[in-house]
Ligand binder design. Sequence first.
Ligand code: C2O
Ligand code: CU
Ligand code: CU
Length: 524
Amino acid sequence: MTAHPLSRRDLLKVTVLGTAALALPLERTIRAKSVSTIAASKIPAPYTVPFAVPPVLAPVRSDAGTDYYELVQQQVVTRILPGVDTAVFAYNGVVPGPTIVANRGRQTVVRQINRLPDRHPVLGYQPWTSTHLHGMASRPEYDGYANDITLPGQYKDYRYPNAQPARTLWYHDHGVHHTAENVYMGLAAQYHLYDPQERALPLPKGRYDVPLIIRDAIFAADGSLRFDDRLHSGVAGDVILVNGRPWPVMDVERRKYRFRILNGCAGRGLRLTLSTGDPLVVIATDGGLVPVPQPVTQLRQGMAERYEVVVDFAKYPVGTLVDLRNLSVPNTVDYDHTNKIMRFRVAGEATDTADDEVPARLAPDNPVMTLPESAATRTRRLRVKKDGAIWTVGEQTWAQIEASNFTRTFAAPAANGVEIWEIENTSGGWFHPVHIHLVDFRVLTRNGRPPRPEELGPKDVVYVGEGETVRVLMRFENQIGRYMIHCHNVSHEDHDMMSQFEVGTGGPDPITTAPARDLPAPPL
Ligand code: C2O
Ligand code: CU
Ligand code: CU
């Protein structure tokens, strides 16, 4: 814990609620009415704006083994609140960005063109970017290494192997020290990887397979997005957006739907539940299908975690309203309407009854779920904590990695080595969703006990709550080289809760192997 007389935590309480808030017990969730300064009349009532899904991106071209895509990162003015202009950072003009659909065994090349302004319109920093495809075992030079930056006026072609089992991934900005601002401004989207085994299952498909990107936001009086991470504690917005729409309402048919839920918040943890008390049936986690479906009435979801759930609307009569709610998590700032996410309105009978099942067994042979704990050759301990004003992971900060000219590492697992990492959060005042790049891991234990039911699947982010110790098992397969590990509270990550590990020896350098180039770009 910090030795400072007045910690940032305390400061933030002062700023949010006034000095009386200092009397609050440390672990209590803070509540306030709102934080946006835009007129309340400009914020729509929850469940009035129609739901929509992001567009699917078409490839620019395809050849025998590869699909080629192009994305332009640009500042555009859009309407998130009805009738209010808001500047955002978009991929191809939309926020969240277009969904990329990929198939296991076919490669993807994604050209990222940075046409952002030379300065952020409000914050004034230069918006360099580095794009990470979160959930993909990419080579180091295509993994969105924080310092492998693309400046405004440059582009970079990212190559993805798509060699892993089917899953919901997401691509988002990872530019060093500005990930939080860039993601908050809108640089985030889903990426769906399919494989034949998963496609053969009778799970909901097509229009019944729906991405839900949840994030919060703060609107300034002039309608612009206000970035306030409360002295690097984390952003806590009062407006909840799903796929870029405030608390939308979606018409559904009386049948099963699959939802690919991403917590895309910069700093807000979620605990999702249905207003009916009926379960969310977890069918997949970050790394794809779970071995066996897990019905849960509450789903705790830290930032960057993906949970795929099936909801069966067949049991409700037409006209029923089913709300997806947020029960919150400790050490989060809640506002009047952050307990609401979106509404489903059961609008009619099923128009298609194919693929309306949840099989009892989904992916019994997932590599990391069948990896025995006894295969591990070593256990490493890793602390996540605050040292004075700095967030650290494994007693390291990214500033130290930079100062070492990127040679310093927290761990050096052998290529294909199997290890257990024990991640410990001794603080009472913060939770940290810890993300390990490159690998899928299995949660072995949480505080010495079995994992939560929703996390009984392959993962790449794990919620390490207040006072928790989580043990995870993984094989360092697919690639060699240096990869990041960090907290996915992106404000923590930027200041400076990020380190790296190196798999094997002689891997490609993440920064110099495939650097960004100046525009104009040759044809893809
Ligand atoms: Cu989703 Cu290193 O990030
Ligand atoms: Cu990642
Ligand atoms: Cu953190």
